[in-house]
Design a protein around this ligand. Structure first.
Ligand code: HPA
Length: 246
């Protein structure tokens, strides 16, 4: 059995049903992770949980110490990471509360530490990232969704924006022209850092809202929270199924 970790995002700061055996404080060469890692059992299987924005959601997307988070999971022997991410839907077939497993990323973030090798770089550290997500792990999630009869979209490009503000309508038009199906603030450099350490990584995206300008309405946080509650119920069901069969 390979050790599986779940990185929770907005709307998923804890996993109901996770019996926590240890709050593990992990020191890394890159500083502190967002939270102690929660080591436990879920449905009788070992799993590690890490809330990306901290236990109380106080760490903004551009302030997350992505290197420390990924390093800490690696140090504990994690081989597979399922990242849960709240996103805005751009593609018209991704309305609020639906789920998607993206297959590509465009990185619009800036000023984030992008690599574990920033200070001791060598030419062999230009890693292939043609397929940013692990194909096998994506299939594991998609198959679990089919078994649980959870509607889920296979594929789509995740546009990673800097945040913490939401985008302008013009920015979303640009992302749409670039081919983005959804937009979130945390997909990068998380996915690439996992690649650098040879860990399988896939994202389960939950549409929290229509991205800016897709409808005439302003984006309301209260509405996002309501929608996410619904989406996260399905995500939890999905995670339970994945963990059960691993
Ligand atoms: N944009 C960026 N990130 C997000 C959004 C959005 O509309 N919704 C949830 N996370």
């Amino acid at each position: 059995m390979t050790t599986l970790a779940i990185i929770g995002g907005t709307g998923l700061t804890s996993l109901d049903g996770l019996t926590i055996s240890e709050h593990k404080f992990v020191e890394t060469p890159y500083g502190e992770p967002s939270s102690p890692l929660l080591l436990g059992e879920y449905e009788g299987k070992k799993v590690i949980f890490l809330p990306r924005h901290g236990p109380q959601h106080t760490i903004a997307p551009h302030k997350v110490n992505y290197r420390a988070n990924i390093w800490a999971l690696y140090a504990l022997g994690v081989e597979k990471i399922i990242a849960v991410a709240a996103v805005g839907g751009i593609s018209r077939n991704l309305p609020p509360s639906t789920l998607a497993i993206p297959d590509q990323i465009i990185d619009y973030t800036y000023g984030r530490e992008q690599s574990f090798y920033s200070d001791d770089f060598t030419a062999d550290k230009h890693l292939d990232f043609t397929q940013p997500y692990d194909a096998e792990l994506r299939q594991i999630i998609l198959s679990a969704a089919i078994r649980q009869k959870i509607a889920i979209t296979d594929g789509g490009t995740y546009g990673a924006t800097q945040g913490p503000r939401l985008e302008t309508a013009a920015e979303i038009r640009r992302l749409e022209q670039d081919g983005c199906a959804m937009v979130g603030m945390t997909g990068m450099p998380e996915a690439y850092l996992a690649r650098e350490l040879g860990m399988a990584y896939a994202t389960c995206a939950v549409m929290a809202n229509w991205a800016a300008g897709i409808t005439d309405d302003a984006i309301q946080m209260s509405e996002i929270e309501h929608v996410l509650d619904k989406g996260m119920t399905q995500v939890k069901q999905l995670l339970a199924e994945i963990i059960r069969v691993q």
